[in-house]
Design a protein around this ligand. Sequence first.
Ligand SMILES: Nc1ncnc2c1ncn2[C@@H]1O[C@H](COP(=O)(O)OP(=O)(O)OP(=O)(O)O)[C@@H](O)[C@H]1O
Ligand SMILES: [Mg+2]
Length: 221
Amino acid sequence: MIEAAGLNKTFRSDGTETHALRDVSLTIRDGEFVSIVGRSGSGKTTLLNVLSTLMSPDSGTIRFDGRETVSMSERDLNSLRKKDLAMVFQFHYLLPYLTAVENVLLPFMSAMLPVGRDRTDHAARCLARVGLKGKENRLPGQLSGGEQQRVAIARALVTSAKVLFADEPTGSLDKTTGREIMELIRGFTDDGLAVVMVTHDRDYAGVADRVISMEDGRIVA
Ligand SMILES: Nc1ncnc2c1ncn2[C@@H]1O[C@H](COP(=O)(O)OP(=O)(O)OP(=O)(O)O)[C@@H](O)[C@H]1O
Ligand SMILES: [Mg+2]
């Protein structure tokens, strides 16, 4: 699914250089759940951003189903992002004035795709899958933090992506809710979805098939 080799990324600011990624290589298979752990500043978010094409590396290659993404045109990247990649962040970024189901439909709207009966029904089914049946028409402000994060997950899944990138998806939740969200994400890998998740919490990392540890821009285990 994803084959990354020799990734390097250096940030330069205020006259200092930070080597956020140093010769990072990894492979992620279809349906595999990989979690990335490491201290603050070790390069986890940078790695996730580079793998998910949000940021380009200074050097290295990334193959997504055999297609090289580092040198891909912005146009091809956009279509890859819309079709195959999904993202969930620490804070869910739901739009407060749209209902749950409207928030789930956002990926279609931002791709200028028509939102008719079929897509709306599909979005409602995604919400049901994350346990939010009956709450489709609530505004984010009328949902709990965990429920809002579930809406964000339903939104990430509505386009039938092949890989889900998540940066601390449970970061703003209590332990029990965090574990529920983890199990929920785990369940999606049964359908072949690959998951790459950054987490601070080793307990959550245990839900993954494989744990990658980062230290100072390198994969150490
Ligand atoms: N845009 C940037 N400009 C300059 N330095 C940056 C930038 N983004 C990240 N860094 C630096 O790169 C290093 C890795 O950052 P990164 O965000 O990947 O860490 P992280 O492992 O995700 O940390 P955290 O657990 O705190 O989220 C850090 O030293 C950080 O200060
Ligand atoms: Mg981070």
